[in-house]
Design a protein around this ligand. Structure first.
Ligand SMILES: Cc1ncc(COP(=O)(O)O)c(C=O)c1O
Length: 394
């Protein structure tokens, strides 16, 4: 099997611990275990007060945990999806394993896969590795009468999805644009999938990290009655919850689809780590979850203006489209240089890591993460404009 290099992941894992300033991250600054305990204690959730908490965790037996996730964790996840039970949920090692298992079990040689672009590129790469025919459904930057946004074109989806389409993969809210699909587009995706009898994979890892605070509806809740029978939702604690180190993700689908995913999961990592599962169950206790998402929104709301003001001051060199969700935004730059070369140049000259648009097949752009450490964000932007000014000026 041949894998395309996963440029974004390879680039980040090579450099993120080598640079002084990392503004390439797509999530908010992660919580420490103490901070998670403090949030849990603050809201006085039963059994997770600061005083009580260490007992259940230190009492966790370090054997194999329930391989599809403990019942208690699956119950907490199921509660987030209308009508779902624990049989609709499979816990995985991050959203990345959730996506992997889904593509692995669904894609056969020659299958058409329609992938929303720009994209995190995992699904795109896996579709190709499993010998699918990847067709790209692009969002476009549109100025319009309201503020500029990245939006899809319905007719393009209609053209791309055929009776040979096996899977439509969307990322909503989207990485790297931070765009959120309007409900009518979500309905259109489902309607088109129904017409083609295709699966839908909705990667919703940025759900809950909306700047407005209005949580993006899940594809699970699209439609009046039951969710579309071939819908699979993937999500994780990595982005909106600021807990990427827990490596806890999940899939939600019909009990049949989930049983099939579980069977595939037996061949990958067997199951999630016992400590991760226990900590995730605390994070998803309703009151704790609410506090975590509030923290995320506070980070986004207080740090977005820093990036926005910076972009305004540097408006002759950069153009920014405001994301609706996620701690990421795409910056279009106005000087002539390839984005990978620029990111390399910035790293070498100023020890700042930023993601080149090339990683999303979008040269001329950079993806900047604004949810990380505040001091690093300010310093990273300062160094970015210094380097860019030299290029733009000369
Ligand atoms: C859209 C999207 N899906 C999935 C993932 C995988 O995240 P994790 O495995 O940490 O849940 C990422 C990570 O950046 C992402 O951006």
């Amino acid at each position: 099997m041949k894998f395309d290099t996963f440029e974004l992941e390879r680039f980040q894992s090579t450099w993120e611990n080598q640079v002084e300033i990392n503004i390439s991250e797509s999530g908010v600054h992660p919580l420490t275990v103490d901070e998670l305990f403090a949030l849990a204690g603050q809201v006085n959730a039963p059994r997770v007060s600061r005083r009580n908490f260490p007992a259940p965790l230190s009492g966790t037996r370090l054997g194999y945990s329930q391989t599809d996730g403990t019942l208690v964790l699956r119950q907490k996840i199921a509660r987030l999806y209308r009508g779902a039970t624990t049989d609709h949920v499979e816990v995985t090692n991050g959203g990345s394993e959730a996506n992997f298992v889904t593509l692995w079990r669904l894609v056969e040689r020659g299958d058409e896969i329609v992938v929303m672009m720009p994209n995190y590129m995992q699904v795109w790469g896996l579709g190709r590795a499993f010998h699918g025919r990847v067709k790209e459904w692009w969002l476009h930057p549109v100025k319009g009468t309201t503020s500029p946004r990245w939006v899809p074109q319905g007719p393009e989806l209609k053209k791309l999805v055929t009776k040979k389409t096996r899977l439509i993969a969307v990322c909503n809210p989207n990485n790297p644009t931070g765009a959120v699909l309007k409900r009518n587009f979500m309905e259109e995706v489902i309607a088109r999938a129904r017409w083609a009898d295709a699966w839908v994979l909705a990667d919703e890892v940025y759900q809950g990290a909306e700047l407005s605070g209005a949580i993006t509806p899940s594809f699970w809740s699209i439609g009046d009655k039951a969710p579309y029978k071939k819908l699979i939702v993937s999500n994780s604690l990595s982005k909106a919850y600021g807990l990427p180190g827990l490596r806890i993700g999940w899939l939600v689908g019909s009990p049949e689809a989930i049983a099939h995913s579980w069977a595939a999961h037996d061949y990958t990592s067997i199951g999630p780590g016992a400590l991760n599962d226990a900590l995730a169950a605390i994070a998803l206790t309703p009151a704790v979850r609410k506090s975590i998402l509030e923290r995320t929104r506070n980070v986004l709301r207080s740090q977005w203006p820093i990036l926005e003001d910076w972009a305004e001051q540097n408006g002759d060199t950069f153009e920014l489209i405001k994301p609706q969700a996620g701690a990421i935004a795409l910056l279009r730059y106005k000087f002539k240089m390839n984005s990978t070369q620029f990111a390399e140049h910035l790293r070498r000259q100023k020890s700042v890591l930023i993601v080149p648009g090339d990683h999303f097949h979008l040269d001329g752009y950079l993806r900047v993460g604004f949810g990380g450490h505040l001091k690093e964000l300010k310093e990273g932007l300062k160094r970015l404009s210094q380097v860019a000014a030299r290029l733009h000026g000369g």
